[in-house]
Design a protein around this ligand. Structure first.
Ligand code: PLP
Length: 399
């Protein structure tokens, strides 16, 4: 590497350290589970994972991954339309569509690329995408790409503000297509999109709705079918994107679920589909097993809800003020970034892995530690974590 580039990067990295925003990677040396081995730390309780249903380590999910390797080899060695499509892709896509209540689905190597496929492929200069202010970075980048590549228009509505969305839809009346794009669960706040209202507004203005349900698939709704099930609009959302890297086995991969023709159009035209390898067989089959496991065990979703309720209530009882909500993402706002980083480090010293987030990931002055609960946590795991919160909270004079 040229010295000038090395020097520039080193100077910026130093600045990150001085600003207290440098991210240190913690290495796990065991599966992603409620308790894991962290290099240099020994056993820790994970309260910072998207493994919401604990499916990462379910024996059928692991076995299916092995079978994928045995039956199909390590990978597709190709993009889908050339020679990278296996029968397992069709089977998985049918199951995913069934799970989220659409006609069809199409997998990608991540939800990031699935989101990135949506706006630039489906929109043109006559169209407008209207996005919630707190949408995930991958939606924001999808919109940025679409504005650059196909010159679509865009608007942002204040977070979950339906009056503002109404105004933005009204202003977009002349467009060919109006696409409203929202997260299902917003990952930093842990709150849920007002999806029934969004769908109603979309009807009023003849718009279509896309929901990124990455944190909600397997989590929300009576049987874990996501935000549409929770909001009572299952089958009424035009486009759902989601990940296979969180509740559905936690490996990697994502998908777009929608009508058959929309998915077919993405096969024909979406660049991350046309120019990037397909989902590997290990991941495809373990994800398929995860979806089937969820269908066979809806009690996991109830257990996740019960664990979440318990942890939130217990935090409150100990004097913390977690953000209100119905989801297993429980942020505790602390203010300054340095405080959030300090608290997460002190919790790790007590054997509890909770990540601290500061600016620019969250607004200035709203730095936080974010707890994520799993159905796999036992009461003992949660109680041990709560004792650590107690101890650290008292030392930091938070409670
Ligand atoms: N969308 C949301 C809301 C997410 O939280 C994430 C991951 O953090 C993604 C998309 C990206 O998912 P993936 O890891 O499958 O690329």
């Amino acid at each position: 590497m040229r010295a000038s580039v090395e020097q520039r990067l080193a100077a910026e990295l130093d600045q990150f350290r001085r600003d207290g925003v440098y991210k240190r990677l913690n290495y796990l040396d065991s599966p992603q589970a409620p308790r894991a081995q962290m290099e240099g730390r020994g056993e820790i309780i994970i309260l910072s994972s998207n493994n919401y249903l604990g499916l990462c380590t379910v024996p059928e999910v692991i076995k299916a991954g092995h079978e994928g390797l045995d039956r199909f080899g390590a990978g597709t060695a190709s993009v889908r339309f050339i020679c990278g499509t296996f029968t397992l892709h069709r089977e998985l896509e049918a199951e995913l569509a069934r799970l989220v209540g659409t006609e069809a689905s199409l997998t990608y190597v991540s939800c990031w690329t699935a989101n990135e496929a949506v706006c630039p492929t489906l929109l043109g200069p006559e169209d407008v995408v209207i996005s919630d202010q707190l949408n995930h970075a991958s939606i924001i980048d999808s919109i940025r790409l679409a504005k650059q590549i196909v010159k679509c228009q865009s608007a942002v509505y204040q977070h979950s503000d339906m009056a503002d969305l109404d105004e933005k839809l009204q202003a977009a009346k002349g467009a060919r297509t109006r696409l409203v794009f929202t997260d299902g669960i917003f990952s930093m706040e842990g709150d849920i999109a007002k999806l029934a209202d969004i769908v109603a507004l979309a009807r009023k203005y003849d718009a279509i709705v896309a929901v990124d349900d990455s944190h909600a698939t397997g989590v929300l709704g009576q049987t874990g079918r996501g935000t549409p099930e929770y909001a009572g609009v299952l089958g009424e959302v035009d486009i759902i994107t989601s990940t296979l890297g969180k509740a559905l086995g936690g490996a990697a991969g994502g998908f777009v679920a929608s009508s058959t023709s929309l998915c077919d159009y993405l096969i024909q035209r979406s660049r991350p589909q046309l120019f990037s390898n397909a989902l590997p067989p290990t991941v495809g089959l373990s994800s398929l097993a995860a979806v089937r496991h969820l269908r066979a065990h809806p009690e996991l979703v109830e257990r996740l809800r019960a664990n979440t309720r318990y942890f939130r209530d217990q935090l409150r009882a100990r004097g913390f003020k977690p953000l209100e909500g119905d989801t297993p993402i429980i942020p505790v706002i602390l203010g300054e970034t340095a405080k959030a980083i300090q608290m997460s480090e002190m919790l790790l010293d007590e054997g509890v892995f909770v990540t601290g987030f500061g600016y620019p990931v969250v607004p200035k002055g709203e730095a936080r530690v974010r707890c994520q609960i799993s159905a796999a946590h036992s009461k003992e795991d949660l109680d041990q974590a709560l004792r650590a919160f107690d101890k650290v909270g008292r030392r930091l004079k938070l409670v």
